[in-house]
Every structure is written in structure tokens, then in C-alpha cells.
Design a binder for this molecule. Structure first.
Ligand code: FE2
Length: 426
């Protein structure tokens, strides 16, 4: 089903979805009605998020929670004090033993706090097994999943989402899901957004179309698995992990309606806007989704992409300029090369440029772009992304000491020399 934030209605068995009311006395097929709220009941109508599910068993049918013995890299803590050093990391290697998506997540950076419901937590993953009997829900925030290598089959309470590299998926806070592999291995990035749920950015003078168009966001239809057994549910709350037993497959929702549901988006559908005159515009023109704060125009988290696009700017240095930003920037590369960086930033790599930490194109990119003939040029086979936040990202101990860090990142700027040709004023 398509359309960002629509009111959807879907049933896997005809007649399973009640008509005219949410909670009839005797629902069809003996199903249990259950609501999931993604906003306060009294949130303004345009921000109100909730869905009604009609399930074989209510989701409360589970055993007692116990602490979940999880891999330590999943909840790696921020290294203190936070250095202003620019950082870059190699892709995570594939695991040597069976490891599913949840178990393979390695936390790279975080900001804000899950308890305060602001900020985010950023991960990389490299998995070689499906989650099978294991499911996950997070009360802390919504999950943005960005595959870089290998397709994923995301099984959720409300239906299935298939995502290959080039797609993203969003799983709203609290929705139960599992991530299975469509091929033998999978690698990518994930982010738990602790702030306001992602929405489409306002378009201002761009008008009523452009960037990510609402109709291109896709939601699953209801489908269910009626399979009693012994399933594990891992629950995340206030950044801690718990586990309990489920007596039946959690994907037992036969019908649902509402506007609170997982979705996917193909980044190739992004309508990229760029200069047709001069200069390199601010990267905000590449915003796919934004998690706003109460401070207008200042995001808790923006998800931004740098896709294939024509470069036509005249008399301009075309790559990103040197800058220092009050916002903090975590980047990743899904495909190809990024126009401001060379070999050190290959697909699967990550980088971090925190608040006011200087960054920009590496010395080689400056040399090439400064001498380039400024004909129209199409950047092809490239897809980078950025998670940009008004809060400083704190790299974890894993990020700094877990073996992925490129200790020589700063070297990419060290051959920049003064090219000043002025003479003394007197
Ligand atoms: Fe930047």
C-alpha cells in the first residue's frame, strides 16, 4: 500500500477487519482487537499515530521478562570525554560464526538519551543468519534500516517488507519485527531515532512536489502466521535489553487499520534537486526524512542522501565545500564513491564530523575538482547518506577501539598547501 502516513486498511481474510467500529463485542473469526499508539492519545490530529490490530492472540500473551545476554558491542557506551576529532571507520567484517541481524549490531555513536526521548543511536551490522524464532521490539524509538550489501526480509506484526540495498525501511517504536536475510550475508547501517517520528520535510518554495514524494512510501498488507511454538521476544527499554517467551508466532495480525505502521522507500525514487546555475547548495536539499525538534528548522535527526545527479554548476567548485557545522554529521556509503572522498571511504565505511569539527573534500578531490573542465557531468553509481543532528554524536568505545577505526583519517587533508599568491600590503 502506498502513501506516506496514510490511513490504511488491510485484511488477510475477507471480513476480518471490523467495519464502522474498532472494538466490536465479538470480532470476526474470534480475533482480539488491540490498539498500538505511536503518539499520546491527545496529540494534535496531524501528528496522531495509532493503528488497530485484529490478532489471533493479544500481544500481552508472553512470559516474564528476563535480562537478555546480548553482545556487548550492541550497547557499547560513549567514550568520554568526546573528542572533536574527525573519525572514519572501515566496514564491519562478516562474522566468523552464525550471527543474526540483531546480534550483529554494533553501536558506533549516540547522542541525546533514550530516557529524554531525544537524539539517536547509530549502528552498523554484518550478519550471516536469519533471526528465525527471535523477534525484537524497541520502546526507545523507531528503527531506520539501511542495507548496504545483501537484501533483507523484515517480518513485522503488520506485514512483510523486502528491502534490497538502495531501499530503506522504518520500523515504528514498539512494532515487533525480525530481520531475515535474502542472501547468505548482509551488511549495512541502522539507526534508532529517539526523538519525534520521522516525517517528510516541508518543501517551502520548492512547492508541492519534489524530494521524497509521499506516494513512493510503501506499507505492507496484512499477512499472518498461525503457528504456536516457542518464540523469543527481545524488548529494548531505556537502552537495556530484556527477553521473554511467546507462545505463538508474533506475526498473528490478520487485519489492521491505521497510520502507525512500518514502511519502506526506494532511494532511487528521490527527486533530486540541485543547482542549475552556480555553487554547491546546502545538503538540506537532499533530506529524505526529518525528525524535528520544537526549535523550527533544527532537526533532532535528518536522514539525507547523496544520490546520482547531474552536476552542471558554472564557475563553481562542485564538490562539497570546506565547512564547520553547528549540526553533527554521521555519514555512510551504500554504493560507489562519494564526490568529496577517495579510497578511504568505500561502501560500508562510516565517518563522523561533529559540531564545529572542520571537514570537507580531501586534498586529491580538491586538486581534481579545481582543475576539472566544467561541462555537464552526471555522477552515476553513487549513493551516500548522512544522519545529521543538532546534538553532538558521541562515538562509542567500540567505535574508537573495536578495530574498525581508520587512525590515519586526518592524513587525507594534510597535503593541502597554501595557494595564496598575494603580496605584502606595503
Ligand atoms: Fe559536512
Amino acid at each position: 500500500m502506498s502513501g506516506f502516513g496514510n490511513e490504511f486498511a488491510t485484511e488477510a481474510i475477507k471480513g476480518a477487519l471490523p467495519q464502522g467500529r474498532n472494538s466490536p463485542q465479538r470480532p470476526a473469526f474470534g480475533l482480539y482487537p488491540e490498539q498500538i499508539s505511536g503518539s499520546a492519545f491527545t496529540a494534535p490530529r496531524d501528528r496522531n499515530l495509532r493503528s488497530w490490530m485484529y490478532r489471533i492472540l493479544p500481544s500481552v500473551r508472553h512470559g516474564a521478562y528476563q535480562p537478555w545476554e546480548h553482545p556487548s558491542d550492541l550497547s557499547a557506551t560513549a567514550h568520554q570525554p568526546v573528542s572533536p576529532q574527525q573519525e572514519r571507520w572501515n566496514p564491519p567484517p562478516m562474522p566468523k560464526h552464525d550471527c543474526h541481524w540483531l546480534g550483529s549490531l554494533k553501536r558506533m555513536a549516540l547522542n541525546g538519551s533514550a530516557a529524554a526521548r531525544q537524539g539517536a543511536s547509530i549502528y552498523v551490522y554484518a550478519a550471516n543468519a536469519s533471526m528465525d524464532e527471535c523477534f525484537f521490539q524497541s520502546a526507545d524509538g523507531e528503527w531506520l534500516i539501511i542495507p548496504q550489501e545483501g537484501g533483507l526480509v523484515i517480518v513485522t506484526e503488520l506485514g512483510k517488507l523486502d528491502i534490497d540495498p538502495g531501499f530503506i525501511a522504518i520500523i515504528p517504536r514498539g512494532i515487533r519485527f525480525q530481520v531475515n536475510l535474502a542472501s547468505s550475508t548482509a551488511r549495512g547501517y541502522a539507526c534508532e531515532n529517539w526523538g519525534a517520528p520521522f516525517r517528510l520535510p516541508d518543501l517551502g518554495p520548492i512547492g508541492s512536489n519534489g524530494l521524497a514524494n509521499p506516494r513512493d512510501f510503501e506499507y505492507p498488507v496484512a499477512s499472518y502466521i498461525d503457528k504456536p511454538g516457542s518464540y523469543q521476544l527481545v524488548s529494548k527499554l531505556l537502552d537495556a535489553y530484556w527477553v521473554c517467551e511467546l507462545p505463538t508466532h508474533p506475526m498473528n495480525v490478520v487485519a489492521w487499520h491505521g497510520n502507525y505502521a512500518p514502511y519502506r522507500y526506494h532511494l532511487k525514487r528521490f527527486n533530486t534537486i540541485n543547482t542549475v546555475s552556480f555553487d554547491h547548495p546546502d545538503p538540506s536539499i537532499f533530506t529524505v526524512l526529518t525528525s524535528p525538534t520544537d526549535n523550527p528548522g533544527t532537526a533532532n535527526l535528518d536522514f539525507v542522501i547523496f544520490p546520482e545527479r547531474w552536476m552542471v554548476a558554472e564557475d563553481s567548485f562542485r564538490p562539497p565545500w570546506f565547512h564547520r557545522n553547528v549540526m553533527s554529521e554521521f555519514m555512510g556509503l551504500i554504493e560507489g564513491t562519494y564526490d568529496a572522498k577517495g579510497d578511504g571511504f568505500s561502501p560500508g565505511c562510516s565517518s563522523l564530523h561533529n559540531c564545529m569539527s572542520a571537514h570537507g573534500p580531501d586534498a586529491h578531490s580538491v586538486e581534481v575538482a579545481s582543475a576539472a573542465v566544467l561541462e555537464p557531468h552526471k555522477q552515476t553509481g553513487t549513493l551516500a547518506f548522512m544522519l545529521e543532528s543538532s546534538l553532538v554524536f558521541q562515538p562509542t568505545d567500540f567505535a574508537l577501539h573495536g578495530g574498525l577505526r581508520q587512525s590515519d583519517y586526518l592524513a587525507c587533508w594534510q597535503s593541502l598547501q597554501s595557494r595564496f599568491r598575494g603580496s605584502a600590503a606595503t
